[in-house]
Design a protein around this ligand. Structure first.
Ligand code: HEC
Ligand SMILES: [Cu+2]
Length: 341
């Protein structure tokens, strides 16, 4: 009696779980997960998604068949009082050939579309692709457009519908470049240039981040992909190619430029025509960016001031040190940098 009550309870919890599981997974798709790799927005990501869905279908079919056979065997051939010993068999050529061939066929079934997808997604970028050189730094991403002579940070701008040919390099340790909506991640390896390409298919801002542990602020090494209309992208390019804004020397921004030139910033930061530093992000048009410090903070005057006041507090391990500027110096340099549109 007790055993069958336990059995009923077990069956009830199993059926509850079976009902709950689809509901839970439905919850996952309904909520917004901007870094989910299951909502492809580029050809590369769609190819991976299609492969996943095709294989998943067959995986479910195989799961149901195998588990079904298991359940039938357990129920039908279970031990009951008074039953004789089951017949013992040793070796069954037909069965053995069957269960050797079946997995081989299943593996071939998985391997063919997988290899085809690998070749497709690792192929050379098509002609006319936008070339971007990505450099991983502890803990921010640099984006150079060799054909356009633009260098920026944290925010990668691309036009919709044009393939983007990305070459990947690092200034220090291994990082991994990953915009989940665009495609698979690709490691960024010292002394080696990796490559990938994808064609963004939807206008919008897509988050990404470093996907290979690279030190204390690895999790703070984020980035944004801004997929823009052709016109918006061209306007952005034109703005980035302009020389930096020259502030009126008596204004707060003008004083800020003096702070920038004298407080050590020039050793690490480039502002075109003014300073050549390459340790930190290029600041020539930092005022046009929406985020700071590896897309960790919004680019507001308040956040920029907090950043310059004490970077290691805002980002553990930050390569930019605390420079001990006075509050009025910070206000001035922030006014200057924010004016660099
Ligand atoms: C020793 C090199 C170094 C010096 C000196 C330095 N910085 Fe930086 N700076 C960096 C690095 C590296 C980063 C990127 C930090 C990160 O995101 O992890 C950075 C980031 C920044 C950013 C954020 C930019 C962005 O797009 O994310 C601003 C603004 C900035 N620095 C301003 C200044 C100012 C102003 C000074 C001078 C008072 C200065 N820096 C001095 C290395 C330096
Ligand atoms: Cu990294």
């Amino acid at each position: 009696m007790a055993a069958s009550a336990r059995g009923t309870r077990f069956l009830r919890s199993i059926s509850a779980l079976l009902v709950l599981l689809p509901l839970l997974s439905l919850g996952c798709t309904l909520r917004q997960f901007p870094q989910s790799s299951l909502h492809p927005q580029a050809d590369y990501a769609s190819q991976i998604q299609r492969l996943l869905e095709d294989l998943m279908f067959w995986v479910v079919v195989i799961f149901v068949l195998v588990e079904g056979a298991l359940v039938v065997a357990v129920v039908r051939f279970r031990n009951r009082p008074g039953l004789p010993e089951p017949k013992m068999t040793h070796g069954h050529t037909g069965l053995e050939i069957g269960w050797t061939i079946a997995p081989a066929v299943i593996l071939a079934f998985i391997a063919v579309p997988t290899v085809v997808t690998i070749f497709k997604t690792q192929s050379k970028p098509p002609a006319g692709a936008l070339e971007v050189k990505v450099v991983g730094h502890q803990w921010w991403w640099e984006f150079q457009y060799p054909g356009l002579d633009i260098t920026t940070a944290s925010e990668l701008h691309v036009p919709i519908g044009q393939p983007v040919a990305i070459s990947l390099q690092t200034a220090d340790v291994i990082h991994s470049f990953w915009f989940p909506a665009m495609g698979g991640k690709r490691d960024v390896i010292p002394t080696h240039t990796n490559a990938m390409w994808f064609t963004p298919e939807k206008i919008g801002t897509f988050p990404g981040q470093c996907a290979e542990f690279c030190g204390v602020s690895h999790a703070n090494m984020r980035m944004k992909l801004m997929v823009q209309s052709r016109e918006d992208f061209e306007a952005w390019v034109a703005a980035q190619k302009r020389p930096p804004v020259e502030p009126d020397s008596t204004s707060l921004a003008g004083k800020g430029k003096q702070v920038f030139l004298t407080a050590g910033c020039v050793a690490c930061h480039t502002i075109a025509g003014i300073s050549p530093g390459t340790i930190g992000p290029n600041l020539t048009h930092v005022g046009t960016r929406t985020s700071l410090a590896g897309a960790l903070y919004p680019n507001t005057p308040e956040e920029m001031a907090k950043w310059i006041q004490d970077p290691p507090v805002r980002k553990p391990g930050s390569i930019m040190p605390k420079l001990g500027l006075a509050p009025d110096q910070i206000a001035a340099v922030v006014a200057y940098l924010q004016s660099l549109k």
